[in-house]
Structures are given as C-alpha cells and as structure tokens.
Design a protein. Structure first.
Length: 500
C-alpha cells in the first residue's frame, strides 16, 4: 500500500483551523480504489466538541442580528466560491469516497443547489400578519433562529449531505457545528476553506472531526438546540430518541429499501437505463438507490434479459478513470459485507443471474464489487427486506399492480419508490396508495431538488420536519406569535383612549 500523505486534519472552531486538543486516536483516510492513505483524521474528544459549541453559542447573538439579506448575500458569495472549486470538490469526493467523477460532479451540483435555495431566505423566512383579529387588535407570527444547530453526516455524499443542513441553518440566523464522517472528511475541509474566506463572525460555522465520542457528545450537549442526522436506521432511532430526551429538535434520516415497479407497458430501454442508474450509481451506496425491482405480469420476461445484458457491460474501476461506470465501495469491510449478502441471497433460494463478487477492473488493493442481480427473490427473503448498501439488485415478480403495491408497502422502510409505466391511471393509483415519501414516475432516483423536502416515511425518517426545501426553514426557525393593540389615537396629540 502506497502512503503518499500523512497530514493530520484540523478541526475548524471559532473561525480558525485548530488541532484537536482531546483526540483519543487517529484514523487513516484511504482511497477505496487503491488503498492509498490520503490523510489522517483525529478522533476528537468531547472537549473539542464543547469548544465548538461554546464558540457557536457566543456567535449566535451577533449572527442572528445580521439582516436576512445580509446573510443571503454571504450565501450568494459562498455559491460563487463553490462554483469556482467544483472540480476540486468533485475530485475529492471521488478520491475519498469512490464514486465516479460523473456521479461526484452531480453531487457537487446538488451541493451548490442547496446554497442557491437557501439564498431565498428573505422570502422563505417571512412570517404572517392579520389585522383586526379583534377590534383594533392585530396578530402576527414571526420566525426566529432555533439557536446552535449540529449535523452528523454519512460517508456516501461527502459534499451534498452536509449542505442539506448548513446553508439553511445559517441563513435562518443559527450557528452551526458539523461532524463529518471520519471515513470521508476531506471534502468538507475544502468547503470550510471557502466558508472561512467569507469572513463570517467567528463561531458561526464549526467543524469537529471524530467518531462515536463526538456523536454522543452532540446528542447530550446542553448547548446544542437542534440535531440533524443521516445514516443507518438503527442509529437514526438512537439519535432521535436520545436527542429528543435531551430536549433538542431532531430530524433523523435513516436507511431504505427502495422498490422500482415495472409495468408491462413500460418503455423497456428507458426503464433499463433508469434502473441501472438507480441500482448501481455510486455503487449502490445511497439511501435513494433502487435495490428491488418488482415486475408486474409480462414485464419480467421483457425486462430481465436486457437488464442483465446492460448491467454486465458496465465497467468497474477507479472513479477517476473516464471509462469507469461503477467505482469501489467505501472500504474492504463494506465489500466483504456485501459479498456476504449476495451469498445469503443465494442461500435463501434466489437465482444469481449476474455475479459482481469477482468483478474485473480496478486495483487489487481496492474495494470493488460489480453490479449484481438476483432473480426469483421473494418478499420474505432478508435480501428483499434489509438495506445492503451496495450494487446488488433483487428482482421480485408480481402478478398485478395490487400485488406490487402490497410488496412495496410491506417494507418497514418508506424512503422512495418508482414506477415505470405509460399508464396515467396506474401512476395515479400508485402514487395515491404507496407508503413512501418520495415517488418517481419513469425516474429511477426520485430524490427531490433543493426547494422540495427530502420526505422519507416510516423507518426511513424520524421527526416531523425533513431536510431542505420548505421543511428546512421550518426546522431551523421557531415561530413566535405577537398579539398587539395601541391605545393612542395615532394622531400624535398625546391623548389616549380606552376601548369600551
């Protein structure tokens, strides 16, 4: 394994890059395509988190006093800075996480889109007013910041997911503490270089690298008012329950098992493209990946052959290589876990029609798994129920749309789902009856744009207000209602009257 860099990363606290003061150890940050060590990340301690929270708390009054248009202008400037660094950001995403440059560039574009949406805060943070709710009495609702907000984010979107929260939080006048994934901390180092260049008041944004100790400190810290989390469903539940018990506002986005229903009238070539992009993009490591195809009636016979053929043609390799369609998964441990899931699917009785366990292409030191398709899967199999988080697609056959909807609704997850059909009636029925928060029609990845909420259901989300869109402003503000009347006549005479 070639070691080309051993730089120990700093935290960003109170407007300065600061070495971790209470680290309990360090971890390698490695390129999953070849095992190269890119840097080392400190496992900061609770004292480091406490310093960041104190800085955020001290900055809160100054930052919330900045006008909404003043805060928006800082975000406009941030948008331009990120655009200028988008190639650096994309290469960082690919190098530390593994996804192809095409996927990484799309992710960075979404990151920037979040900033653009947050720039609308002078409009989206507006309250409401109604005159004469009673005689000469007016009522108004205004929005104010929640306070110090923190986010705990995963490895699979090093650029975008932190920005589901950060720009909206600071646009609303809050201060912010980010805990990036210790597996992929480098992309946010670039983002925070550009945040630093904005000249924000020290403490408005803070970054603390670390692992479990920092996470638990965030959940319990009395100086943090709101917590955002993205990760696995079991951890999301822990985060939600522990943070809520500590009196914090919480949004916890968990795992998924997203189904793609294919009707007999689907346009097969376009459907295959959509399924492949959903199942194998980012090597299947995203909470909106379609990991189960449900074919209805004759759709199975039409779809499976072309789907296997097109999936077999995908090139596996380093995401920086132009010819690569599928990059590595995040680590060798993840690769081994995914292989075990494939073996388990076979053991349960599924037919392995495309085996990616010995995928050709890529460095031997890399953590590669190729596109894998299991046919003959049934809804009760574990491979159909649990999140694999890798390039593994299960195919289930259903006789009718009714049966397909029942299969989708039988999942404990409810993040996203898609239907491929040319029938408006089928779409109307599907979107009305299916129990998932994000629906795609002839679209494999139904992730919403920045100005709509990322609205998972069931075990895929815990909380009341989702990430980005209108929900972000709701989450990062508290409403205050003012009821008022005035006893002067308004004539400047100094006389007063009392209503009888």
């Amino acid at each position: 394994m070639a070691v080309t860099a051993t730089r120990l990363l700093d935290n960003y606290i109170d407007g300065e890059w600061t070495p971790a003061q209470a680290a309990t150890g360090e971890l390698d940050v490695s390129n999953p395509a070849n095992g190269e060590v890119l840097a080392r990340v400190p496992l900061s301690g609770s004292a480091d988190l406490d310093a960041a929270v104190r800085a955020a708390r001290e900055a809160l009054l100054e930052w919330r006093s900045v006008s909404t248009i003043g805060r928006a202008r800082k975000l406009f400037e941030l948008r331009e800075r990120l655009v200028a660094r988008q190639d650096d950001l994309a290469r960082s995403v690919t190098t530390e996480m593994g996804k192809t440059l095409v996927d990484a560039r799309a992710e960075v574009a979404r990151m920037i889109e979040m900033v653009e949406a947050a720039c609308a805060i002078p409009t989206t943070m507006q309250g409401r007013i109604l005159e004469d709710v009673s005689r000469n009495i007016d009522a108004e609702t205004i929005r104010q910041p929640v306070g110090v907000c923190a986010a705990i984010v995963p490895f699979n979107f090093p650029a975008m997911v932190p920005f589901w929260f950060l720009p909206f939080a600071i646009a609303c006048g809050n201060t912010f503490v980010l805990k990036p994934s210790e597996q992929v901390p480098l992309t946010q180092q670039i983002a925070f270089e550009e945040l630093h260049a904005l000249g924000l008041p020290p403490g408005v944004v803070n970054l603390v690298n670390g692992g479990r100790e920092v996470v638990e400190s965030i959940l319990d810290h009395p100086g943090i008012d709101a917590v955002s989390f993205v990760g696995s469903a079991p951890v999301a539940r822990i985060v939600y329950e522990r943070s809520a018990k500590a009196g914090k506002r919480v949004q916890a986005l968990g795992g998924a098992k997203n189904h793609m229903v294919v009707m007999p009238d689907a346009v097969i070539d376009k459907t295959v493209e959509g399924i492949i992009g959903s199942a194998f993009g980012a090597a299947g490591q995203r909470c909106m990946a379609g990991s189960v195809v449900v074919t209805v009636g004759d759709a199975h016979e039409q779809l499976v052959g072309p789907l296997v053929e097109a999936s077999r043609a995908l090139q596996v390799g380093d995401g920086l290589d132009d010819g690569s369609d599928v990059g590595p998964v995040i680590s060798c441990a993840a690769r081994d876990r995914i292989r075990e899931w494939i073996e388990r699917g076979e053991a349960e009785g599924a037919r392995l029609v495309l085996d990616g366990r010995a995928a050709e292409g890529g460095d031997p030191e890399g953590s590669f798994v190729g596109p894998t398709i299991l046919d003959g899967v049934t809804p009760e199999m574990a491979i159909a129920q649990e999140e694999v988080f890798g390039p593994v697609l299960s195919v289930i056959s259903a006789a009718t749309l009714d049966e397909a909807i029942g299969i989708v609704n039988g999942s404990r997850f409810g993040n996203g789902t898609s239907i491929f059909t040319e029938s408006g009636a089928s779409v109307r029925r599907y979107r009305h009856e299916v129990q998932a928060g994000m629906i795609g029609v002839n679209i494999g990845v139904a992730a919403p744009v920045a100005f709509f909420p990322f609205s998972g259901w069931k075990d895929s989300f815990l909380g009341d207000l989702h990430a980005h869109g209108t929900d972000a402003v709701e989450f990062f503000t508290r409403k205050k209602t003012v009821t008022s009347r005035w006893f002067s006549s308004g004539q400047g005479s100094g006389t007063y009257f009392v209503e009888r």
